[in-house]
Design a protein around this ligand. Structure first.
Ligand SMILES: [Zn+2]
Length: 206
């Protein structure tokens, strides 16, 4: 359960409102986590290929295992989306920078990272156009709380994320965008995220 008392003072009113909404929705249940049992082949793999292609098709610069990953991985960062640059990078778990450019298999965690970063792209496209530095969550506070609850993330996971990002001095609004991306990665199919990428990020006709 959240310790709202502790978080008070750190949070702005909207973050508090959000956390209280999350709590009043009741216990967050942990369903059997499909991610752990799915084999990464066939349709699941194809869907992520579709997602990767969708990201590229709207003009985002994508990088798989760029040299910067070597440093990022020491900080436990598996991917990043840069809203000021329209740039997305993925650092695969099994990529060995000493061995150089060898193809490695995607792990469940790699695919989760791709969904998470792709959702950050959609957030960037939700306001203005991508790469302009403006980002927004897709859900308003209470709807977001509901979305997170339904995603199957449990309370301690949410709590850990909130605390981690508070430690990194993220603004409350930014923390909520992170929670939304974690929930999207958990619960939204790659095909649907790909659809949202196309819908939100395609260059608008004049
Ligand atoms: Zn993130």
């Amino acid at each position: 359960m959240y310790n709202v008392e502790v978080l008070n003072g750190w949070m702005d009113p909207s973050m508090n409102k959000f956390l209280i909404a999350l709590i009043t929705l009741g216990t967050i249940v942990s369903p059997a986590n499909a991610n752990n049992t799915e084999k990464i082949s066939g349709d699941l793999y194809t869907q992520h290929q579709t997602l990767w292609n969708a990201i590229k098709s709207v003009g985002v610069k994508t990088y798989l295992n760029p040299p910067g990953c070597e440093v990022l991985k020491t900080k436990d960062v598996a991917g990043m989306y840069f809203p000021n640059e329209g740039k997305l990078i993925i650092c695969q778990d099994n990529y060995d920078h000493k061995k150089g450019r060898v193809r490695v298999n995607w792990t469940a965690n790699d695919l989760d990272t791709l969904r998470h970063e792709a959702h950050h792209l959609v957030q960037d496209c939700a306001i203005g156009k991508f790469g302009d530095g403006y980002t927004s969550k897709l859900f308003k506070d209470e709807a977001l709380a509901n979305f997170i609850k339904k995603s199957g993330m449990n309370t301690s996971e949410v709590n850990d994320i909130v605390e981690e990002y508070i430690r990194m001095k993220y603004e409350p609004e930014h923390i909520m965008m992170e929670l939304e991306a974690y929930a999207a990665a958990r619960a939204v199919t790659p095909n649907l995220i790909a659809q949202k990428v196309i819908e939100f990020c395609s260059p608008k006709s004049p």
